[in-house]
Design a protein around this ligand. Structure first.
Ligand code: CNA
Length: 310
């Protein structure tokens, strides 16, 4: 005689669509589908409320404010050829952005909250400010796609240099970094990825692993114009809804990119506005607002319980 085995039915494709392309629609999706593999992508917009300018916002963005260096193009400050000729401009920027000068924002604490709830698979960041770490998100959950100030190297030989030696040299001004250059046999920069440089292998390894299996993608504060990072939006598994919180639309012009509609059911949602208020609204819709505020007020030391379904 044959035997029957019961199987848990697989979630249907319809279950992975948002009923409405709004923060409430995303909150409903998270709770009803017991989501547990959220991937977050973030860009400079998540750090502007900490006081760090983004690149491209007109007037306040870095590109508009770098004119004092009389750069041939704003992007030049992140190119090796310009750095070789005139290291001063990039070194000044380094001194300003060195970790420790800024606090994490409510947006960063929202990502930390996802981790505490047991829902964060990974946070891929384009930012070099390490504010994810300031918010208490463990390093193994963060991929700094464009590098950061954790380590330094000689640009010609790629030899490692102690980042603290670079910090000391920059604090001493031009004499300091010229001495370091002579001691190390070449110009030293933090391992921040310049245009034309390869991204860290960890970016490729983990994005290939995480994006196809995520059950929700949240994109915060990026114009999605820098590749290959911007292409991650298209790597999320077809069943995973995607949420963009940004002051402006982004990521619609690439194949497989966002399709931002006003009404559902649909895959993508767009919240036009500030990240901090958007994250607070999403936390409220999930019933997690108190937890988020506790994390913000305690600078990450508050104890938070996991999501009910974990
Ligand atoms: P970007 O091109 O400047 O885009 C930023 C986006 O964020 C824009 O669409 C803005 O409208 C939006 N935005 C700005 N502030 C807010 C806010 N408070 N709420 C909602 N939206 C906001 O920057 P990307 O990150 O897309 O560009 C990639 C570059 C930026 C990466 O290579 C980074 O290394 C680089 N960068 C990093 C930092 C940092 O580490 N904080 C700062 C400046 C630039």
């Amino acid at each position: 005689m044959g035997q029957w085995f019961t199987r848990t039915p697989k979630p249907t494709q319809a279950a992975s669509l948002l009923q409405t392309p709004t923060l409430d629609g995303v909150a409903q999706y998270i709770a009803e589908n017991r989501v547990r593999n959220i991937v977050v992508m973030c860009g400079a917009g998540i750090s502007t409320s900490a006081g760090i300018p983004d690149f491209r916002t007109k007037g306040s963005g870095l590109y508009d404010n770098l004119q004092k260096y009389k750069l041939p193009r704003a992007e030049s400050i992140f190119t090796l050829s310009y750095f070789r000729d005139r290291p001063h401009a990039f070194y000044e920027l380094c001194k300003e952005m060195w970790p420790g000068n800024y606090d994490a924002t409510p947006g960063h604490y929202f990502i930390r909250l996802l981790h505490e709830k047991g829902l964060l698979r990974r946070c891929f960041t384009q930012n070099i400010d390490s504010l994810e770490r300031m918010a208490g998100i463990p390093d193994d959950k963060v991929v700094a796609a464009h590098g950061n100030f954790d380590s330094a190297h000689v640009i010609d030989t790629d030899a490692d240099v102690d980042i603290n030696d670079l910090k000391k040299a920059l604090d001493q001004g031009e004499g300091g970094w010229r001495r370091l250059q002579a001691d190390e046999g070449g110009l030293v920069k933090p391992r921040i990825v310049f245009f034309g440089e390869e991204l860290p292998s960890r970016f490729f390894e983990l994005s290939e692993r995480d994006l196809p299996v995520c059950d929700l993608l949240i994109v915060l504060g990026t114009s999605l114009v820098v590749h290959p990072f911007a292409g991650l939006v298209c790597e999320a598994g077809a069943g995973a809804p995607r949420l963009l919180i940004n002051r402006e639309r982004a990521g619609e012009d690439q194949e497989g990119g966002f399709v931002l509609r006003k009404r559902g059911p649909c895959r993508d949602a767009f919240h036009k506005g500030d990240i901090d208020s958007g994250c607070r609204a999403l936390a409220t819709a999930l019933g997690w607002r108190e937890d988020l505020e506790a994390l913000i007020d305690s600078k990450g030391t508050a104890r938070i319980s996991r999501a009910a379904w974990i």
